[in-house]
Each structure stands twice: as structure tokens, then as C-alpha cells.
Design a protein around this ligand. Structure first.
Ligand code: BGC
Length: 375
């Protein structure tokens, strides 16, 4: 009795394994690398995004999916709501479903090694989307923005808001300050967060060195100011603590915030903080999300960094299409994005500082938002 049950189970496994092996063959939608000249229409592309809690990722996912479908590909688009095991499972499923290209915006850039190596063994190509996948050879291309420069722009917008540099980025010669600022960084498991922070800190360094800028909390190293998974409520709680700890009888003039969602948390912590003629510190951001652009128009958040997600989707889709067809995608950087195992060939886009003065020309005239979205 016992024995025949075991035999049946083993036979069942063998059958499943055999079917899985068939699925991994060279059929059009059956996974594995396309052959040169093969008709790839209808092939599956797996797209994984971190979360729907931020508008930008919703736009990224929608744009990537629509453009791939227009080219005739099947698309599996998944969101993992910032849960690493969920994202791992989604990628495993896409591999099992026969995806031939994976476009991955990782939650934790180091957590996908096993799945992506399994994909690579089957000849599936992997495109790292916006965030660099780390610690594995199993990533073929990287589509992103110039992340260091985003950090430089965040710091520049802070300096502009404080009146230390002109709108064109040139240093003002009249003496100003000192100003009290506080620093926030993004999620330590996201490779971008370090790039943003390094770009910002290199830009702020001369002002910190000569004490034009002072961080009264003393919290300046990445680990201390990092914000796991970019959570607005974590940023809000830290801002509240810092105010209580370091700003009795002192004015906070500016906050380096790396992401609009966090900026909203930070501004919530500062509600009622300022005076009627000087209500808000200069608070920076990133992503030009609707709520933050509205906040900028209302004079609360000072600036954000606009990264046109339509352009990013376009780059990633062109990469996917090229690798599907066995061609080399276009890249413009082959030196800066070392993921710990290899330098990943990258196509990097440019970002723009947006404030009250230029939001119309950058966001509305470009068709990114309708004026009515922002009112
Ligand atoms: C992206 C930013 C975004 C942040 C939080 C980063 O990896 O590059 O655009 O603000 O994640 O979602």
C-alpha cells in the first residue's frame, strides 16, 4: 500500500518534470533564448515592479506593458507591494510561464540572485529597470537615469531654495547662512539610494565644511539617515524625533529628501512648525508625483526631480525588443554601474529639477501631466 503510493508520487513528479522540460524547449512562447531570425512575436516578457504605493511605478508598469504589447509581445506585469518573497515568487512564475526576457525593478537589489541565475541558465535575458540588480552576473542590461546626477540635482535644489546658488546653479557671492539642514536618504537595499546620497553629499560638502550648512542632529552618515523601503511614515517619525532632539530654540531651514513620498511625510512632521511669514523649511524630493507637485504649487515642498518615466519605459522596451531579436541594445555607459560581479552596460537618462517656476514647462507642456491633474 505504502509502496505503491510512493511509486505513484514519484511517477507524478517525473511526469511534471518531463512536462516542465517540454515547456522549456524552443517553442515561441516556451521560454529560453530566441534563435537568430526566429519569429518572436507573441513571446512572453515578464515585468516586475516593486509597489503600487507610489504613482511612478504604476506609470512605469503601464508604459512598459503598453509599449511591449504594441510590438506584439505578451506581457506578465506584476507588483509585489514591497514584499521581497512575493517578488521572488513572481519572477519564478514568469520563468515557469516561459518568459524570454525579464524586466525587473527590484525591491532589494541583492535578493534575486538565485532566480536570475536560473533564468540565465535557460538563456532568458534580464534587464534591470531603474534600480540596479546587484551581486550577480545574471543581469544583461540596465535602464535608468543618471542616479548620481539626480543626487546632485537634489542638493542643488536645496541650495537654490536657501539662496546659496542661483537658479542656473552658479554660486552666489553675497554671504549667507549659516543654515540648519537635515538629511534623509532612501532605502539601503536599493542601489540608487547610495548614488543619490553620494551625489547630494558631494555637492553639499563645501557648504558643510565651511559651516554655511549645519546638521544640528549630527546625523550625517548614510546608514543613520537611510529610510528602509522609502517609507513616508518612517521619514515622518525620524523628522519628528530630530525636531524634538535638536531644534529647541533653533530654526530648521532645509531638508534633503530623496523621494516625494518621504517629503510628504517630512512635511507632515513639520506642520505648524514654522511662522506665518516663514512656514516651511526648503524640502526637496524626487519623481514629480502629483501630490508633491501640488504641494510645490502651494508653496510647501520646494522642489522635486522629474524623471520622465515614459522615456525610461521606452529605453527598457527597446532593450527587450533588441535582445529578443538577438541584437545589441543601445547603451551610453559601460563604466559606472558595477553590481559587485560585473559592470552592467547601461542606458542612462537625464533628469530635471522642477520647482514652482518651471513646473508648467517641464510637466504640463511635455504632456506628462494635464494642468487639470495638478489643480
Ligand atoms: C527610484 C526613485 C524612487 C525611489 C522610491 C528609486 O529606486 O529611482 O525614482 O523615488 O526608488 O520609489
Amino acid at each position: 500500500m505504502q509502496r505503491s503510493r510512493v511509486t505513484r508520487i514519484v511517477a507524478g513528479f517525473t511526469l511534471v518534470a518531463a512536462l516542465a522540460a517540454c515547456g522549456g524547449s524552443t517553442e515561441k512562447t516556451g521560454g529560453a533564448a530566441p534563435k537568430a531570425g526566429e519569429d518572436v512575436e507573441g513571446s512572453l516578457v515578464g515585468v516586475t515592479m516593486p509597489t503600487r504605493s507610489s504613482e511612478r511605478w504604476i506609470a512605469d508598469g503601464d508604459n512598459v506593458k503598453a509599449a511591449l504589447e504594441k510590438l506584439g509581445y505578451e506581457v506578465s506585469l506584476e507588483y509585489a507591494e514591497d514584499k521581497i518573497p512575493t517578488q521572488v515568487e513572481q519572477i519564478e512564475n514568469q520563468i515557469a510561464q516561459g518568459a524570454r526576457v525579464l524586466i525587473v525593478a527590484a525591491i532589494d537589489g541583492t535578493a534575486l540572485t538565485t532566480q536570475l541565475e536560473q533564468a540565465q541558465e535557460q538563456g532568458i535575458k534580464v534587464i534591470s529597470y531603474d534600480r540596479l540588480i546587484r551581486d550577480t552576473e545574471a543581469v544583461d542590461y540596465y535602464a535608468s537615469f543618471d542616479n548620481y546626477k539626480v543626487g546632485v540635482q537634489q542638493a542643488t535644489s536645496l541650495l537654490q531654495g536657501l539662496g546659496l546658488v542661483e537658479a542656473d546653479g552658479t554660486t552666489r557671492t553675497d554671504e549667507k547662512g549659516p543654515f540648519n539642514i537635515e538629511l534623509f536618504a532612501g532605502s539601503p537595499d536599493d542601489n540608487n539610494a547610495t548614488f543619490f546620497f553620494n551625489g547630494a553629499m558631494d555637492t553639499l560638502k563645501p557648504y558643510l565644511d565651511d559651516k554655511t550648512l549645519v546638521v544640528k542632529s549630527g546625523e550625517t552618515d548614510f546608514k543613520t539617515v537611510a529610510t528602509l523601503q522609502w517609507k513616508p511614515e518612517t521619514a515622518q517619525a525620524r523628522m519628528e524625533n530630530v525636531i524634538t532632539k535638536a531644534y529647541k530654540g533653533a530654526r530648521l531651514d532645509g531638508v534633503l529628501s530623496p523621494y516625494d513620498g518621504m517629503s510628504i511625510g517630512i512635511l507632515s512632521a513639520l506642520t505648524g512648525y514654522g511662522t506665518s511669514d516663514n512656514p516651511w523649511p526648503i524640502v526637496t524630493g524626487q519623481d514629480a508625483e502629483v501630490a508633491s507637485v501640488k504641494s510645490i504649487i502651494a508653496g510647501e515642498q520646494y522642489a522635486t526631480i522629474y524623471k520622465d518615466t515614459r522615456q525610461l519605459a521606452d529605453v527598457a522596451v527597446k532593450m527587450a525588443d533588441a535582445v529578443m531579436k538577438g541584437e545589441e541594445p543601445e547603451v551610453n555607459n559601460t563604466t559606472d554601474y558595477d553590481n559587485g560581479k560585473k559592470v552592467v552596460p547601461s542606458q542612462l537618462l537625464e533628469s530635471v529639477i522642477v520647482n514652482k517656476d518651471n513646473y508648467k514647462e517641464t510637466l504640463v507642456d511635455s504632456g506628462y501631466y494635464a494642468e487639470s491633474d495638478l489643480s
